[in-house]
Design a protein around this ligand. Structure first.
Ligand SMILES: Nc1ncnc2c1ncn2[C@@H]1O[C@H](COP(=O)(O)OP(=O)(O)O)[C@@H](O)[C@H]1O
Ligand SMILES: [Mg+2]
Length: 284
């Protein structure tokens, strides 16, 4: 369905056209965060601004594959059609409540890259986890990290007020949820993730890496190969640094000190850490 932007959407775009700023969008699931983020990216790029979209929604990611925090720079209109991320960090789960610390670290690492460019408009899209203590902790953690100029709060009633009351130093823009928003079912979300993985895991090659010098990281701890059992087709983050992922792979066995990985990456040069996810992907 066609996106119908609300009047507030244009106002936010105008503010960001005037000044390079950072904006963080928060809201429960299906409140229009991603649609508004995309609207802002498109409007700003079409008016000649450089934009960076940081996608921190690991469950329904739109830039990187599922279970990753990802980021993309847009310099010109052509970039709007390009869907691959410039940077990503594999978290290994779809549910942010299980990996708050890792999520915040990944956001910080990507955000530090984005803000090296002073003229870039930075838009941070987030997960729908806003309720309870975990939602509070995750969202206020992101706000403290990013110190955005604007916190855009998409709410139906007052479900974000516990978070907004803790915001200091950012302007809060409350935006009503569009009546056009379509709520998506759990099955829709599962199908979406499977489709994104299917698109990502195309043209696979099998590679091996020596485990003598490459650590396996699971739930934020380093393991020796003998200490960990990995199921076939477990999704792996192939990292060049602690929290920077160059690509994803699927576990294909361990033998003679090596790990076997199928991946769309042509080469595993530069990979020096493997993050073992808690999800498997099996093409059906
Ligand atoms: N203003 C709008 N007009 C039309 N459809 C919308 C609008 N905002 C959101 N939607 C639709 O509602 C659904 C949920 O929106 P989305 O932006 O993905 O929400 P969120 O990122 O908060 O989960 C999507 O199918 C999207 O196309
Ligand atoms: Mg979204």
């Amino acid at each position: 369905m066609k996106i119908v932007p609300g009047p507030e959407w244009f106002e936010i775009a105008e503010r960001l056209e005037r000044h390079a700023g950072k904006i963080l969008l928060i809201g429960a699931s299906d409140t229009g965060k991603t649609s508004l983020s995309r609207f802002l990216v498109e409007t700003l790029v079409r008016s000649g601004r450089e934009v960076c979209l940081l996608d921190a929604d690991i469950g329904q990611s739109t830039i990187g594959p599922p279970a990753t925090v990802s980021m993309k720079f847009y310099h010109e209109e052509e970039d709007l059609h390009c869907i691959s991320p410039d940077y990503m960090s594999f978290i290994g789960v779809f549910n942010p409540s299980k990996r708050i610390r890792q999520m915040l670290r990944a956001i910080r690492v990507l955000y530090d890259i984005a803000r090296e460019r002073p003229t870039v408009r930075i838009i941070v899209d987030t997960t729908g986890l806003v309720s309870g203590r975990i939602g509070f902790y995750l969202k206020t953690g992101k706000i403290r990290l990013i110190r955005p100029d604007y916190v855009v709060a998409l709410q139906r009633a007052h479900e974000l007020e516990h978070i907004l009351s803790a915001v200091e130093g950012s302007r809060i823009i409350r935006v009503p949820v569009s009546p056009c928003v379509k709520e998506r079912t759990r099955q829709y979300r599962i199908n979406y993730r499977n489709r994104r993985f299917r698109e990502y895991f195309q043209d696979l090659c099998i590679h091996s890496l020596s485990l003598h010098d490459i650590p396996l990281v699971y739930r934020d701890r380093i393991y020796k190969p003998a200490e960990i059992f990995i199921k076939d087709n477990t999704v792996l983050g192939l990292n060049s640094e602690a929290d920077i992922t160059l690509g994803l792979g699927l576990f294909d066995g361990i033998g003679e000190g090596k790990i076997f990985i199928t991946t769309p990456l042509e080469s595993l040069k530069g990979i020096n850490r493997i993050v073992v996810g808690e999800i498997q992907y099996i093409e059906n």
